[in-house]
Design a protein around this ligand. Sequence first.
Ligand code: B12
Length: 218
Amino acid sequence: MADYIESISEAVLKYDVELVKKLVPEAVESGVDPILIMNEGLSNAIIEIGDKFGREEIFLVELMIAAEACMGGVDIVKKIILEKKVDAVKPKGVIVIGTVEGDIHNIGKDIVKTLLEAAGFEVHDIGVDQRAQNFVKKAIEVNAKIVASSALLTTTSPNQKAIEVELKEAGIRDKVKTIIGGAATNADWSREIGSDYYASTATDGVKIIKKYFEDVGK
Ligand code: B12
């Protein structure tokens, strides 16, 4: 099992998109937990690549190819997780999710979305590079109880604050809870901008959201 996780990581680190696409379904077939594949095989590898990029050891183009390999793997895991979803009958709650304006990072957001859907929530993904107004517009349209935003860049995380402001301006701040995540965020940032919750991982985010809906109902 650990061998598969390691091989998947190595394939991302070697920018081998095809090998990632081959190994991921094989790993699942042989009983490796798909969530482990996302969190340890794929995410850890892309974060290592990001560190190399940060230290200027690799070029942007290499970062992009590694991201493509990682996304290829995440897409396969997503399909597998959602196929296995059992409690699809009645959604447990409505959530709007997206990546903030100026930011096109979607891997983490997509993992959060997949795990939420697998847990039975109705998730409206507005995509990447989304203005605060779009989060609010969608929340009103679908009557969401949670607005979740992802920010990976220190230059774009202020747009999570903009979501708080827009929710207030629309007069619905007391009707929805906000949760933030992504590498540019932390608990202090969450407190500073007044978001209700922060999670450092997709799994923790899903736990928080599940607990919220269990406590208050839909
Ligand atoms: C892959 C990647 C890219 C890919 C993105 C591909 C894609 N489709 O997403 C590409 C190559 C396009 C890219 C571009 C850029 N990137 Co980039 N990128 C990364 C990298 C390596 C990994 C991000 C990632 O996918 N991680 C894996 C996922 C699973 O982790 P995650 O997103 O953090 O999500 C997890 C949690 O945070 C959480 N989570 C995430 N969102 C949410 C939301 C909620 C609600 C919750 C509850 C939880 C949650 O759940 C996830 C799973 O547990 C990071 C390095 C890093 N350490 O983050 C740099 C990084 C974020 N990028 C960086 C930079 C600088 C850029 C560019 C500006 C580069 C350039 N010069 O052009 C551009 C910006 C483009 C833009 N406008 O957005 C910097 C940011 C520096 C900073 N402090 O602002 C980083 C940190 C790299 C570095 N060390 O320098 N990037």
